[in-house]
Design a protein around this ligand. Structure first.
Ligand code: CMP
Length: 495
């Protein structure tokens, strides 16, 4: 830094030294020159101090450039200093130097100069309104820093609705120069940029989120589609600043006659080094490859013609057949035969609940279990040492609850509260007893479910990673199954 300052100042300082030396001997110099040309002494009298003034201005200007712009501002703006700031400092320093020379050397009052320049400024101001607007917005842009040199920005410029995207290459007095993706230089007046909304892809930080869409057939379960698309997206990430953190996401965007549209979100450093379009291409290509491997095609608009009676669009829950179809969606009853499901469907009762109501209260005695048909419920646990319940789980349609007390005879282990209005099916103990008699395998399925939930009440890791706790769940499941078997054996006998 010091070396650069010395190098840059060497010439003007030497020149200044020579000029000062000449100024010190100005009388002798004028006398000698006067012998040759008669107007030379007057000329030297004005020229020498003028040159000294300009030389000092040049030294100050170089110092400002090196210290303020090349060192301080480069650090502050994190890149090369905009040309406009250098130009302004240049103008101010030389204008001051000239005013001082006019006043001190030529002994002229600056009031006159200021008056003349104000008048001409007024005339010029009218003539160059737009240029001046550009200049001031250019200055504002530098103060405000909505973008820096090297950033990629998007803006609607002028009256066109067309967007321009480019990398900021230079911000000058009047214009901002953008280099577009097509390697074209776009020169945009600063006032046009100030009058529009500018999207800076590199602020506040380089990573930014992009998205693309893919539509799949409605027949493909959402979970499966999500799994495959997420794997496809993740496979494309990890190079060329396509980021693995924050993690990509797959969201269901909409469902229509064509299929289900998924939104794939991913994070990249835009244009550093690859553009969002290339990144999207890589993500889509990878997802399509993963879908092909899984034997799934992208969906397309089509019309289906049925030559059979249309399947029922709405399940009528007042009829046994309708309730029977609902049971097909409850995983717990997968092991039941058609007849057993039909029996269960005819015996279970339907009940509605309102948001905020308690369907089960912790500590109560209970002899029914429930299947959620519609709505959302929360499982609340009040620890012995506390009076405030906390939420341990959420129950959705297709899930069941109340099985613990029904099966083990113990008091209700938690409170079940409605988060929305909804509907449940109620299954009572005699009905379960009949099922156990015909299908003893249900003991094991239910025993394990009870064990998993009971452990989750005291240890939240059980719910989040049941695989890691498999042995604990199985062990407790066996104990509960034994207890259930002996309890129901007594009932079978008594019944
Ligand atoms: P029961 O004990 O009869 O009454 C409260 C019910 O809350 C309980 O049966 C379970 O069905 C349910 N339950 C308890 N713990 C959990 C859990 N961790 N996850 C889901 N449901 C639970």
């Amino acid at each position: 830094m010091l070396l650069r300052i010395l190098k840059s100042l060497l010439l003007p300082v030497l020149l200044l030294a020579v000029l000062i030396l000449l100024q010190l001997n100005v009388t002798e110099l004028s006398n000698r020159a006067g012998q040759w040309v008669h107007w030379m002494p007057t000329f030297i009298g004005y020229a020498l101090p003028t040159c000294i003034g300009l030389c000092i201005a040049s030294i100050i200007q170089r110092l400002v450039t090196l210290i303020a712009w090349d060192h301080w501002a480069r650090r502050r703006f994190g890149g090369p200093t905009p040309r406009i700031l250098r130009d302004i400092s240049w103008l101010v320093i030389y204008a001051t130097a000239i005013l001082l020379v006019v006043t001190l050397v030529f002994q002229k009052s600056i009031t006159g100069i200021v008056a003349v320049s104000s008048l001409s400024g007024l005339v010029l101001g009218f003539a160059l309104q737009n240029v001046i607007l550009d200049i001031f917005t250019g200055i504002a842009v530098h103060m405000d820093q909505p973008y820096r040199i090297g950033d990629w920005i998007k803006a609607h410029v002028g009256h066109s609705s067309e967007e321009v995207i480019g990398q900021v290459k230079e911000v000058s007095w009047r214009t901002t120069r953008l280099l577009t993706e097509e390697n074209k230089l776009l020169v945009v007046p600063n006032s046009a940029l100030a009058a529009t909304v500018v999207l800076n892809y590199h602020a506040p930080a380089k990573p930014s989120r992009f998205h693309t869409y893919l539509s799949l057939d409605t027949a493909i379960p959402v979970e499966r589609a999500r799994r495959i698309l997420l794997a496809g997206t993740k496979a494309a990430m990890g190079r060329d600043n396509m980021l693995t953190e924050p993690e990509p996401m797959v969201l269901v965007r909409k469902g229509d006659g064509v299929g289900i549209e998924y939104e794939i979100r991913f994070w990249i450093h835009a244009w550093d080094p690859i553009s969002p379009a290339i990144a999207t291409d890589r993500v889509l290509s990878s997802c399509i490859m993963h879908l092909e491997q899984a034997g799934i095609d992208l969906t397309y608009a089509r019309q289906e013609l049925y030559f059979e009676p249309l399947p029922e669009r709405h399940i009528d829950l007042t009829k046994d057949a309708g309730r029977r179809r609902i049971l097909d969606r409850v995983e717990l009853f997968d092991c039941l035969t058609e007849d057993e499901k039909t029996m269960l469907a005819s015996r279970m009762k339907q009940e509605s609940f309102k948001v905020g109501s308690e369907i089960i209260t912790q500590g109560d005695v209970g002899h029914e279990m429930y299947i959620v048909l519609e709505g959302l419920l929360e499982v609340l646990l009040t620890e012995t040492q506390s009076t405030i319940p906390h939420k341990v789980a959420q129950l959705q349609p297709g899930e069941f609850f109340g099985e613990m007390s029904l099966l083990t005879g113990e008091p209700r282990s938690a409170t079940i509260k409605a988060m929305t209005d909804g509907v449940v099916f109620v299954i009572d103990q005699p009905c379960m007893q009949q099922l156990f008699e015909s299908r003893p395998r249900l003991f094991d399925t239910l025993g394990e479910a009870v064990a998993r939930r009971r452990l989750a009440l005291t240890d939240p890791t059980v719910a989040s990673s049941p695989e890691a706790n498999a042995s604990r769940i199985q062990e407790l499941g066996r104990q509960i199954t034994r207890k259930m078997r002996s309890m129901f054996r007594v009932m079978f006998r008594d019944g």
